[in-house]
Design a protein around this ligand. Structure first.
Ligand code: 6R9
Length: 567
């Protein structure tokens, strides 16, 4: 039996008041995510249950019960209050995936302040735009990353304190402080800020195509949606050991790496170490992970390593696999079935939506390559590209749009009302992605609106081209973009990274071309393949096609603050 039961029946009968009931929230109760993810789980008698199993780079393992998380997040809340942090203030969390990251996030929320998690790999440039825009008051960081904040402190008048929670620099600046969670006086009791449904909770920065990154602001009632989607889409149960591979600098790492699982009282694991297939499989084996939430980029990296190495590990604990962040190629679904005996279930959502909005549900038939169907309580459609009226014909491509009103929807872009407003039209929130809906109601992703290729007036989505390429045995990863062409305006160019054991050559290019010709329409056929060692990606693992495209067109690269530089 799955948590969701019959999807179609749930979709028909659900309204968001049921999500409140499922969480156990009653009208008039105070609502605080920090409280719901720790104190409340303890009140339900799960105080001694493991909340967090953390493993560091060097193999050190630390374990925390829900009571530990309760007390330690209180400790953070007490400390931040002593620094003068008030409800509504922005507190940035800028550290690797160490336990303090997860615990301090709850502490900030308990205090009623706004948590602003940023990728620890960000350099001073990426940091300053986000701290400046948010007028962040306090940054929590570690010795390893503190020097990057030092470099920009003088340009951040709103920044009062930088707290170093791990390691000790030789000399402290007068605006720096040391905090050690292990030795700090523990906060046995803390009265969480009595947030209401609209009290701001988290500020997540997304990177745009051009201009400055935008801060999507969320509120405490987002928990209604995160709780019920974690239960029904990720199928989380009391005895699960759950692993979300995302960094909380990315919304996936907070919505489903903190709030979803912990509000359900589920044990979760965190691996704070770089990627290798062996390390990941060993992690699953050692901690007996049952539910795994990952991303296509990671899955493609695992596919690149092949299915032989899977056999060296005991991963029989796994029971449910899910994916988010990019379109999940059909090939990845087939491969995971073969390699792990389980398919990945694709889930679609955005920083702005705060929770999963379209997905493949446990118990519902997967059509490989499709994103699945709208979550109960989400009214979705695709809009005509020009008129913004809902498309009625099945199979016709349009813009994915959602009817505003679900609890975890962003409430604003921080200090950017104009761009916020531009996301809405005719009563719909427009995601900025293209898809079609088939006769059974399944959504098929085509591409980001900005990534669609216009060749001789025909629109081609990069996803179908990349999916065809991925089926070729030599291809590990690819990106299809439009390059300038005098006759057709644009033609398709594909960038391809190869699997180990394959070398770029004209013969291989020809072989790949012949292989995909059978799968693609003539319009979607690349005119050229360029072999590359890697593709440009964001910190959350998304291929940045627009960077490749801009190079082809000799254009400005736009905002590339989330681009992963070769390290
Ligand atoms: C959670 C997250 C949002 C954008 C979104 C779309 C792409 C996410 C996807 C997907 C195809 C999926 N995206 N999931 N595309 N299939 N299952 O990723 O948030 O970082 O804000 O990105 O990611 O383009 O609009 P965010």
């Amino acid at each position: 039996m799955t948590n969701i039961g019959n999807y179609e029946e749930k979709y028909r009968s659900f309204d968001w008041s049921q999500a409140r009931e499922i969480l156990g929230y009653k009208e008039g109760d105070f609502l605080n995510i920090g409280y719901y993810c720790s104190d409340r789980i303890c009140e339900q008698g799960k105080q001694d249950k493991l909340a967090l199993i953390w493993e560091g780079m060097d193999g050190t393992v630390k374990k925390y019960t829900f009571d530990d998380i309760r007390v330690l997040s209180n400790t953070y809340a007490d400390y931040l209050r002593s620094l003068g942090v008030r409800p509504g203030d922005r507190v940035c969390i800028f550290m690797d995936k160490i336990p303090d990251l997860y615990i301090s996030a709850l502490g900030i929320l308990k205090l009623g302040a706004i948590a602003q998690p940023l990728f620890s790999a960000f350099g001073p440039e990426s940091l300053i735009t986000r701290l400046e825009n948010a007028e962040t008051k306090v940054v929590l960081t570690t010795k390893k990353h503190a020097s990057k904040v030092r470099k920009i402190k003088a340009d951040l008048p709103a920044l009062e304190k930088v707290v170093i929670v791990e390691g000790e620099p030789k000399k402290l600046e007068d605006w720096e402080a040391l905090f050690n969670l292990e030795t700090a006086e523990k906060g046995e009791q803390f009265e969480s800020f009595a947030a209401d449904l609209e009290t701001p909770s988290l500020l997540h920065y997304t990177s745009g195509t051009t201009g400055q990154p935008k801060g999507a602001l969320h509120v405490h009632s987002s928990i209604f949606a995160q709780h019920v989607t974690a239960k029904w889409v990720l199928d989380l149960r009391d005895d699960d050991v759950y692993w979300c591979t995302a960094d909380p600098g990315w919304v996936t790492g907070t919505s489903y790496g903190i709030i979803g699982p912990w509000s359900l009282g589920v044990t979760q694991c965190v691996l704070d170490a770089g990627f290798t297939a062996e390390r990941w499989y060993k992690f699953i084996q050692d901690h007996k992970v049952t539910v795994w939430y990952s991303a296509p980029t990671a899955i493609r990296m695992l596919m690149k390593q092949g299915s032989e190495i899977v056999k060296r590990f005991d991963m029989s604990s796994l029971r449910y696999l899910t994916s988010v962040g990019e379109p999940l190629n059909a090939e990845a679904v087939h491969w995971s079935k073969e390699a792990y005996g389980l398919p990945f279930h694709d889930t679609f959502w955005q920083t702005e939506t705060g929770s999963i909005v379209i997905s493949n549900y446990p118990g519902m038939e997967i059509k490989p390559g499709s994103m699945g169907k709208p979550f109960p309580g989400i009214e979705a459609t695709v809009l005509d590209l020009k008129t913004h009226e809902p498309v009625v014909e099945s199979g016709k491509v349009g813009l994915i749009a959602l009817k505003p009103g679900w609890p975890s929807m962003f409430r604003q872009y921080w200090r950017n009302e104009e761009v916020y407003k531009s996301k809405f039209d005719k009563g719909w929130y427009i995601c900025g992605d293209r898809a079609s809906i088939d006769k059974d109601g399944y959504y098929w992703f085509v591409g980001r609106d900005d990534d669609v290729i216009n060749t001789g007036g025909h629109l081609v989505g990069p996803f179908e081209i990349e999916s065809a390429l991925l089926e070729h045995p030599a291809v590990a990863e690819s990106a299809a973009v439009g390059k300038p062409d005098e006759v057709n305006m644009e033609v398709v160019k594909a960038f391809v990274a190869l699997k180990p054991g394959f070398e770029p050559s004209d013969d291989l290019e020809l072989d790949i071309m012949n292989f995909i010709r059978k799968k693609l329409s003539p319009l979607a056929m690349p005119q050229e393949i360029e072999f590359v060692s890697s593709l440009p990606k964001t910190r959350s693992g998304k291929i940045m096609r627009r960077v490749l495209r801009a190079k082809e067109w000799g254009e400005d690269l736009g905002d590339i603050s989330t681009l992963v530089e070769d390290e």
